[in-house]
Design a protein around this ligand. Structure first.
Ligand code: S3P
Length: 452
C-alpha cells in the first residue's frame, strides 16, 4: 500500500506547474464529445476521475486520438471527434470511479437520451447523495432508479423518457447539480433555468459559451435553450488551482518562503483561496496571462509570513470548498482562531471532510473544534509528526502531507493511491520539496508525444 513519509523542511523556494484543472477536464471531455466537429483539447488532467469520464464518452461513441500523454498516467493532449449531440448507447454500465462530478454531470447528459444507461462508482461514490440530481432530472421527466445499498445512492439506472425544460431553484450551492440540469436542458425543447443560492464555479457556462452555445447568465440565474449544438474548438485546460492550493499553503505559512505557480486557472469562482491566504498575512501576487476560451489563466507568486487566523465568509465557501482541509492546516500554523462555518457540504465529499480533517489535525496535536457545519481551528500549537490515514480521500492525503512539512519529526500518511484521482505527480513533486530541491526540472511532470 502506498504512503507518504514526510520530513519537516527548513526552506521552501519552488517554481512549478500543476496538472490540468479537474473540473474543466471533465467538462472538456463531455462538451467536446457532444460537439459537432473535432476539438483539440490540451492540458487535460490525466487523473483517474477524468480518465473515467473520457472512457464514459468513448463508450457513447466518441473517438479520441491521443497526441501527448503524461508518462505513466494518460493523455494530456488529444483530438476529440464529437457526436453532434447524438450519443450512442453504451454497451455496459459506466464506471465513474471516485468522481461525484463525473457521475452527476454524466447523469444530466445521459438522462435525456433515447437509450438506457447505468452509472456506478467506488465505495465512497456509492455512499454520496444522488437525490440532488435525481430530483431535478425527475422534474424534467427523467426516470432514474437508484439501486444503491444506501437510499438515493449509486448505482443509478437512467431509463429513456421524454424530457422537458424546468425552472429549478437549487436547494444547495452545487456546481455539479447546476451543470447536470444545464446539460440535460441542452437536450430539451425550450429554456431550462437554474437559480443557485450562491455563486458556484461557472466552468460549464463558460465552456458551453466557448463552444458556441448561448447561455443566459444574470447574477445567480443561469438558463439555456435546448437544441443548440456545441461547435468543436481548441481548448487549453489551465493548471488546477485546487491542486496548487497545497503548495500555496506550504509557501504562505513559512516566513521567507517563495513560490511561483505557473499557468494556473484564475477563474474568479475559484480564487478565494488566494484572498484567504492574503487575509491571513501572506503576500500573493497574481499575474494574469489573459483569457483563453472564456477561462482565465495566470502565474501566482506567494511570499510566506507568520499567518494569523481569519473567518471564512459564507459566500466564500463554495468558491474554496475543496481547499478547506489544507486551509485548516494553514489555520493550525497561524496565530489566533480561524472559523469555518456554513460548510456542511464538506460532509458529503469523497469523505466527511469535517470528520477526517479534525481526526488528522488532532493526531498532529492541532486544536480544532468540530461543528455540524464546519470547524474552528485554534492556531499556534506546534504540530507533531504522526501516522495518519488518508481515509481514501485524495485531498486529505495531500493536505496532511503539507502539514508534515511543518511538523516536528516524521509524518506518515497511509493509503495514498487515492491522490491519483486528482493529482498525478503529486508524490514526485512532494519528494522534490522534501529534498528542498530548487531545481525547476525536479518539479516538471514528464510529457511524451505520442509519435516519439
Ligand atoms: C465540482 C463542484 C464541487 C467540488 C467538486 C468539483 C465541479 O462540488 O467540490 O470537487 O466540478 O462541478 P459540488 O457541486 O458538490 O459543490
Amino acid at each position: 500500500m502506498s504512503e507518504f513519509r514526510v520530513q519537516p523542511i527548513q526552506n521552501f523556494e519552488v517554481d512549478l506547474e500543476v496538472p490540468g484543472d479537474k473540473s474543466m477536464s471533465h467538462r472538456a471531455a463531455m462538451i467536446a464529445g457532444l460537439a459537432e466537429g473535432e476539438s483539440l483539447i490540451s492540458g487535460f488532467l490525466p487523473s483517474e476521475d477524468c480518465l473515467n469520464t473520457l472512457s464514459a464518452m468513448k463508450s457513447c461513441g466518441v473517438k479520441v486520438a491521443v497526441e501527448e500523454e503524461m508518462e505513466g498516467f494518460g493523455p494530456t493532449r488529444m483530438r476529440i471527434a464529437g457526436k453532434s449531440m447524438k450519443l450512442d448507447a453504451p454497451a455496459a454500465p459506466i464506471d465513474c470511479g471516485n468522481s461525484g462530478t463525473g457521475m452527476r454531470l454524466l447523469a444530466g447528459m445521459l438522462a435525456a437520451q433515447s437509450f438506457e444507461s447505468e452509472l456506478f462508482g467506488d465505495e465512497s461514490l456509492s455512499s454520496r447523495p444522488m437525490g440532488r440530481i435525481i430530483d431535478p432530472l425527475g422534474e424534467m421527466g427523467a426516470t432514474i432508479e437508484s439501486k444503491g445499498a444506501k437510499p438515493g445512492c449509486a448505482p443509478i439506472r437512467l431509463i429513456p423518457s421524454k424530457m422537458k425544460p424546468i425552472h429549478y431553484e437549487l436547494p444547495m450551492a452545487s456546481a455539479q447539480v447546476k451543470s447536470a440540469v444545464l446539460l440535460a436542458g441542452l437536450f430539451c425543447e425550450g429554456r431550462t433555468t437554474v437559480v443557485q443560492p450562491a455563486t458556484t464555479r461557472d466552468h460549464t457556462e463558460r465552456m458551453l459559451e466557448a463552444f458556441g452555445v448561448d447561455v443566459g447568465s444574470e447574477g445567480n440565474t443561469i438558463s439555456i435553450k435546448g437544441g443548440q449544438v456545441p461547435q468543436a474548438r481548441e481548448f487549453h485546460v489551465p493548471g488546477d488551482i485546487s491542486s496548487a492550493a497545497f503548495w500555496l499553503v506550504a509557501a504562505a505559512a513559512r516566513p521567507g518562503a517563495r513560490l511561483v505557480v505557473r499557468r494556473v486557472g484564475l477563474n474568479p469562482t475559484r480564487t478565494a483561496i488566494l484572498d484567504v491566504l492574503e487575509r491571513m498575512g501572506a503576500t500573493v501576487i497574481r499575474r494574469p496571462l489573459g483569457g483563453m476560451a472564456g477561462e482565465v489563466m495566470g502565474d501566482v507568486e506567494v511570499h510566506g509570513a507568520q499567518l494569523h487566523g481569519t473567518d471564512l465568509e459564507r459566500s466564500e465557501i463554495p468558491n474554496l470548498i475543496d481547499e478547506i482541509p489544507v486551509i485548516c492546516v494553514a489555520a493550525a500554523l497561524a496565530k489566533g482562531v480561524t472559523r469555518i462555518r456554513d460548510a456542511r457540504e464538506l460532509r458529503v465529499k469523497e469523505t466527511d471532510r469535517v470528520a477526517t480533517t479534525v481526526a488528522n489535525l488532532r493526531a498532529m496535536g492541532g486544536r480544532i473544534e468540530e461543528f455540524e457545519d464546519g470547524m474552528e481551528v485554534e492556531g499556534g500549537h506546534p504540530l507533531k509528526g504522526a501516522e495518519m490515514k488518508s481515509y481514501g480521500d485524495h485531498r486529505i492525503a495531500m493536505a496532511f502531507a503539507i502539514a508534515g512539512l511543518f511538523a516536528e519529526g516524521e509524518s506518515r500518511i497511509l493509503d495514498t493511491a487515492c491522490v491519483n484521482t486528482s493529482y498525478p505527480c503529486f508524490a514526485s513533486q512532494l519528494a522534490a520539496v522534501c529534498r528542498e530541491s530548487t531545481d525547476p526540472a525536479d518539479y516538471c511532470f514528464p510529457i511524451r508525444r505520442q509519435d516519439s
